[in-house]
Design a protein. Structure first.
Length: 485
């Protein structure tokens, strides 16, 4: 008798633990969704809290509320003396970390879809994730930074495609009409966690130093892990498919899916290269602006929370008002939403470029101008990022859900790699090759060109949504095109 296959072993284990392996036929919200959403909010608190202070910490640009430098709250050498990176090198290092985090999504996708399933993969890598936060909290030197960021990149990147596709796994035909709305609330949870951490963690860094500021996100990651584990008997645990995931990706059907989506995702690379600068170059730019607005002196790293606050407002606004209004005039397909979002990002960077020109002319514009740029960036994010998640899940074959999600996240990785390379090349012998104003114009022009070209590519794209089955149906169907909901 031959040894049981990986899917058979998984089915036996699921039966022993009482895990569901297919969506239950119900018109209501799947029971596992609250656990996923709440744990995601806590995990995103941890990631964005650490992320909010990372660039300022590496560049040694930590100031108190009187704008006085706090050099010992930044990166240190082995003797405990300040050892900050230059702005360009800190920006390059930040984007290299984000590249690693999103590139690791391939590892998580392959491991989960081929061998362990999403739940086990998320649990193991979440523990790795916690140890990364611990390293940052204990050691403020470059060694501690390297170890901490490497572990966080592995953990955060590895779980990302699993968690995102796990949301879709919970739905069958009978409740698929709730899918698009739940993806919106899933994104709402991400930013609900982010808004508090992006405002609070920079304040902790200024008032208590990096040890506590990096420790608090680690505690939240531990809480996220416990919450996710608590929902193990509420989730649908779709079985891994063994080596068929990899062979399927290189089959004619797999190559066709990857090829079609790669033609779309290449434009996302440019988009993410601009978007993620809100946590790097925009933070450094904010540090040179007039930070007093509405009677409050903002910490440069805190300004990022404006994006998360706007997300909380814009998700219901777009879902219940803006999208229905636009649909009265023409149908908003996923690719049309994405196209509009690309042009909104161009507007956001034009504002950032104008601010930089004022700074180079020795003016000191108010931080309100960066808030305006965040309005356009956030509107863009609503139309590109949420739609991109739904679109990716809908276009993926059943056995390639996590793999296609990882392909989507790979566009994020490559966008950040582009940022890292540009910043490394822009600093030669301690001098900038071109000014930050020209730097912003370069990325604005790149995004504008990509946005125009995307219109023609999107028109010729043939959507092939793949359904997802529930426990009452045969294994060939399931998740619908989100544009139909």
């Amino acid at each position: 008798m031959s040894a049981p296959s990986i899917p058979e072993k998984f089915a036996q284990s699921a039966a022993r633990h009482g895990y569901a392996t297919a969506p239950v036929k119900t018109p209501r919200l799947p029971p596992g969704i609250p656990y996923i959403v709440v744990s995601e909010a806590a995990e995103r608190f941890s990631f964005y809290g650490m992320n909010a202070i990372l660039t300022a910490f590496m560049a040694g640009q930590v100031f108190d509320d009187q704008n006085r430098p706090l050099p010992h709250f930044g990166l240190l050498d082995s003797h405990g003396s300040p050892a900050p990176m230059s702005d360009s090198h800190a920006t390059a290092a930040y984007h290299l970390f984000v590249f690693g985090a999103y590139f690791m999504s391939f590892l998580g996708a392959i491991v989960s879809d081929s061998f362990f399933g999403k739940f086990r993969t998320v649990m193991v890598l979440s523990i790795v994730y916690c140890f990364g936060h611990l390293a940052l909290a204990l050691d403020s030197t470059r060694l501690g930074l390297f170890i901490g960021l490497a572990l966080i990149a592995l953990g955060a990147g590895g779980i990302k495609p699993c968690v995102s596709s796990n949301v879709g796994d919970q739905f069958g035909e009978s409740n698929q009409h709730l899918m698009s709305r739940v993806f919106g609330w899933f994104y709402f949870a991400i930013n609900f966690g982010a808004v508090f951490s992006q405002y609070w963690i920079p304040d902790l860094l200024v008032n208590y130093g990096p040890h506590l500021a990096f420790a608090v996100p680690g505690i939240l990651m531990l809480i996220a892990t416990v919450i996710f584990w608590s929902g193990r008997r509420k989730f649908v645990h779709l079985p891994p498919s063994g080596q068929s995931v990899l062979t399927g990706a290189f089959s004619p059907t797999g190559r066709s899916v990857v090829g079609r989506l790669a033609g779309i995702y290449v434009f996302f690379i440019i988009y993410w290269a601009l978007y993620y600068q809100s946590s790097s170059t925009w933070v450094l730019q904010a540090g040179r602006m007039n930070l007093r607005w509405l009677g409050h002196d903002w910490i440069p790293s805190q300004v990022q929370c404006v994006n998360s606050v706007l997300i909380l407002v814009f998700i219901p606004l777009f879902t219940y008002a803006i999208y229905p209004a636009i649909n009265r005039f023409f149908k908003l397909t996923p690719l049309r939403k994405i196209s509009i979002g690309f042009f909104l990002m161009v507007a956001a960077f034009l504002i950032a470029a104008w601010v930089e020109q004022q700074l180079e002319d020795r003016s000191r514009p108010n931080i309100l101008w960066q808030f305006v740029a965040y309005v356009f960036l956030t509107a863009s994010e609503i139309m590109v990022s949420i739609t991109g998640l739904e679109f990716s899940y809908a276009q993926a074959p059943r056995k390639m859900k996590s793999f296609v999600m990882a392909l989507f996240f790979c566009s994020v990785a490559l966008g950040n790699l582009l940022d890292s390379a540009v910043n490394e090349l822009n600093e030669q012998d301690g001098r900038l090759v071109f000014s930050y104003f020209n730097y912003y114009l370069f990325f604005t022009a790149l995004m504008l060109g990509a946005s125009v070209l995307f219109i023609f590519v999107a028109r010729n794209f043939k959507s092939q949504p793949v359904p997802q089955e529930d426990s009452s149906t045969s294994p060939a169907r399931g998740y619908p095109d989100p544009s139909s909901s």
